[in-house]
Design a protein around this ligand. Sequence first.
Ligand SMILES: Cc1cc2nc3c(=O)[nH]c(=O)nc-3n(C[C@H](O)[C@H](O)[C@H](O)COP(=O)(O)OP(=O)(O)OC[C@H]3O[C@@H](n4cnc5c(N)ncnc54)[C@H](O)[C@@H]3O)c2cc1C
Length: 405
Amino acid sequence: MGLSSAFYLNQAGWQVTVLDKDDFLNNCSYGNAGYVCPSHFIPMATPGIVKQGLKWMLNAQSPFYVQPRLNRALIDWGLKFMRSATPEKVEAAAVPLRDIAVISQHEYEQWTKIPAFDFSYEHKGLLEIFQTAKVAAHSVHTVEKGKELGLDVDLLSREELQLLEPGLKMNAQGAVFFRCDAHLYPNKLMKGLIALLQQRGVQLVPNEEVVNFEKQEGRISKVITRNQAYDADYVVVATGSWSREVALMLQTKLPLVPGRGYSITLENSPYKINHPAILVEGRTAVTPMDGNKIRFGGTMEITSTNTPPRMNRVQGILNAVKRFFPEFDIPMPDPKNIWYGYRPCSADGLPYIGRTKKWKNVVVATGHSMLGLSLGAGTGKIVSEIVNEQPVSMNIAPFEVERFG
Ligand SMILES: Cc1cc2nc3c(=O)[nH]c(=O)nc-3n(C[C@H](O)[C@H](O)[C@H](O)COP(=O)(O)OP(=O)(O)OC[C@H]3O[C@@H](n4cnc5c(N)ncnc54)[C@H](O)[C@@H]3O)c2cc1C
């Protein structure tokens, strides 16, 4: 979010400085599954996930887990999450999620035309492969809803699925095929974006943790880090899973928790798949990337950013892969080859994008949960439109930063 916002603000003529508490290389935007996916019009907070989540909490390899903690922020988030998980709210989220994803996809397509900025973007669609009658029945509704939203999507029988993946042995009943989706190689996107911003004169400052703000008459005049203070005409808060704490420095409440996920990438994979795929009952994402690479990712572990990784969850991902693709025998990798990152999870699965009530020169861009890569380029564009007081490309009222009060 930070780099994408910097891209559009620089383009609009602002002198931009991006501060990172780390070195820009260690965040959630690297090891994700790389989906650029208008298909994801159903937010994370759904009635089903609450029920399923409670069942899964007792299973160490399960794809969804909330670490029980007597933590006020977590309890507050959990209550808001449960209140958001209603059919009406899920329905209301579909159009804004589609709109921002479509804008974002269009922007990524524009980025592919920038010389020397290659991030292995491919528009091949996404398969949601399922094994059970229950998911098959539900998929009929997903496809209907997708078509109603104007997305290019169809339900595939087992035979039709096999035609798309001729060499692949699968345990599957069928799939939903979202032709509207694309994917990219996130590591290359991030590396390329950093190089492009530097080349265009954006200052990227590593190891600069923001610890406070200097305030003057309803505005932020300085951003204070551990090392120094930076003068600011405008501030964009795009601090991912740490945004709740940063927003508190601005006396702004942002219900947000980190949702840890893991991924494994095989560089020269002997296992091949033509299309990115979600293994629905296994809650696992499989993405062919950047030529010969393949990435397996998943789990949603609501935990703190200080809890050591739980490698059992990775075994859960590999087991799910094997249940769908019996020939994929992937041994548990060395822990140093397992990536994990923290999704910034809002309480309703919709991002927080917009101004704060209290400050005239602050825009927030966070809370994208499972969709931050997909919505990255679009969010940066919207941030720039807000800062420049231009008409915004879509109705961003559903993303209102202080919608939970
Ligand atoms: C396994 C997995 C698979 C995923 N797959 C997909 C996918 O296919 N498609 C998709 O759209 N999304 C996916 N996601 C989600 C996506 O990766 C995230 O939503 C996205 O990366 C969040 O981006 P961000 O910029 O908000 O946060 P981050 O990329 O985490 O960046 C936040 C930055 O803020 C910095 N920061 C924090 N606090 C401070 C501070 N006080 N001072 C200075 N700097 C600070 C951090 O160092 C960090 O660099 C996936 C996530 C996981 C874990």
